[in-house]
Design a protein around this ligand. Sequence first.
Ligand SMILES: *[C@@H]1O[C@H](CO)[C@@H](O)[C@H](O)[C@H]1NC(C)=O
Length: 339
Amino acid sequence: MESAESLTAYLLDVILSHLLLTCTLLLVTVAAICWYIRDSSLVDGFSHKYVFITGCDTGFGNLLARQLDRKGFRVIAACLTEKGAADLKSVASPALKTLLLNVTDSESISRAVELVRREVGERGLWGLVNNAGRSVPIGPTEWMQLKDFTKVLDVNLIGVIEVTLQLLPLLKKARGRVVNVASVLGRLSITGGGYCLSKWGVEAFSDSLRRDMHHFGIKVSIIEPGFFKTGVTQLDLIEADLRRLWTHLPQHVKDSYGATYLDDYIKTQEISMNILCSPDLSKVTNCMEHALTARFPLTRYSAGWDAKLLWIPLSYLPSFVSDFAIDMLLPLPKEKRNN
Ligand SMILES: *[C@@H]1O[C@H](CO)[C@@H](O)[C@H](O)[C@H]1NC(C)=O
């Protein structure tokens, strides 16, 4: 009698826990399907939507311009150089328009905005992709002068702010999207110079912009790429500039780093860039495309395995952990080694 009762209790227990497990799995599956449907639901009428992209000479901007052009968007691609514009034009459809833009020159921005205004007419501007950027001068903080910082900040941050402010009226008209290219270095400051500062600035500017403009139907997305093979990570440019910075250092500063420091620094950087840099730029442009085409774009997109598995998680850990990890990436100055 007693054993029959305990058997019933046991069976009941098994059935209940099975039921609970099944319900949980079912709920998770339904939630995942709902999220997938929401995430892949797109806006329509690409062929009536104008997208303005900065920095289309090479890299992410160039690939995105071609990608959106193939999808039927009305792409207005801003390039810094005539050659960049001509090369892009030669591989795109006749619908793609190019113009010249130097984001550090207010007059150049005004001219570009006027051309965009004439092009989009009453429809307004659906998308603004602030992609233009530079990394050099980049290196140890002590090696920099103020103008080395402003050279990068002017393009990556002030340029983004000025282009955005001037295009806001057209974006409002279309209840459009702003897509700002930040970086994992906008979450984790791992090197000196203006680059990390500028990307932290882009994160903050985008957050303010999103909170202020969602009332008008404007959505703002931030792209945080890890390391990719573009002009920004071009080693020969970075190395040549590091040598320039080193040459201008006073002898006592050079002595504190040691005679071999510059070469060690460059070598370490080469090794880590070769491991980290992905040649597949579409990982980034696909995030940009989602931000422009999805009915429910994300606020932040991280692109690349290094961003997802290394930099972004590291950015959430206490500073002593990230300090230790970043120390591992760079050589030690001579004075430190001798202590
Ligand atoms: C961009 O404009 C700035 C400011 O007018 C100027 O100093 C710089 O040389 C220009 N860059 C290019 C590539 O034209």
